[in-house]
Design a binder for this molecule. Sequence first.
Ligand SMILES: Cc1cc2nc3c(=O)[nH]c(=O)nc-3n(C[C@H](O)[C@H](O)[C@H](O)COP(=O)(O)OP(=O)(O)OC[C@H]3O[C@@H](n4cnc5c(N)ncnc54)[C@H](O)[C@@H]3O)c2cc1C
Length: 279
Amino acid sequence: MRLKEYHKPATIDEALELLRRNSPRTAVLSGGAWLNADGPNEIEAVIDISDLGLNKIVRTGSPLLMRIGTSVTLQTLVDELKDAPGLSVIATSAHAMAALNIRNQATIGGAIVTADSSSPLVTALLACDAELVIKAAEERTVSLSAFLSYRERILAEKVLITAIQMPVPSADTVAVYHRVARTPRDYPIVCVAARCAVKDGIAGNMRVAIGGVAPTPIRLNLLEFALEKKPVNAALNEAINAAISRLSPRGDWLGSAEYRLEMARVLIRRAVLEAARIQ
Ligand SMILES: Cc1cc2nc3c(=O)[nH]c(=O)nc-3n(C[C@H](O)[C@H](O)[C@H](O)COP(=O)(O)OP(=O)(O)OC[C@H]3O[C@@H](n4cnc5c(N)ncnc54)[C@H](O)[C@@H]3O)c2cc1C
């Protein structure tokens, strides 16, 4: 970067004022893991948001929400959510993002803004019904799915993501993460997160998200709908076939389109059956 200015505001309003200027070209600086390594070199000014108090995880509101400040690091997600019922999949997937040094630096906000096709964390957050709290002139919430679909347009409004929040699930909710990669510690080629609550053999609140088959991770809404309040075993084959037929991944050096589709089929089945506690 050819930086001319470095700002470290003490309030969100001050940060937004700096961000809204037409020049110099300004970026939000969170952990800096991406910005310092791969960031666009036309950036002339950065706004370091580490003094804004956005690094906490709190439970708030009724119905209860888990609110994760945008500056919470990936390693903090691992440490603080590893035992959270129904949300420990966020810890598992944050761990799968990168090695410890990067996890200590990179933040949840930065990971969402830079999410690639198979981001484990973003895949898990989709399955947890995550939404973003975004501040521009006004504060608003945007579902993570909508943010990923309109990411460039939303970021062009010069917004600050302040938090990522999701409903705290019922105690009987199980969430799981499965993936295929070249080696056990490698970034995934295809990954799936599934989450549901089971009562009397019937699954409810089914959520399934997949990475590695589209430009960003996506929710499989039709599959969720096909399994909701049904005996999972009986409905699964048809639901997976229908979901797979709608996917059109691009092949690359990590895996052909056919390989990705086949892994999608295997991982969806594995994740849904485990979340539904079916052997
Ligand atoms: C050596 C190395 C290895 C890496 N390995 C991996 C890997 O294996 N897997 C992986 O997924 N990533 C990897 N990354 C990339 C990096 O870890 C992720 O992109 C990371 O999550 C970025 O988070 P950050 O907080 O450091 O973001 P930053 O670099 O600070 O920011 C990233 C982008 O997000 C914007 N942004 C950040 N926070 C906000 C906010 N609150 N509101 C609005 N915009 C915001 C910034 O302006 C910038 O455009 C690696 C990076 C490095 C340097």
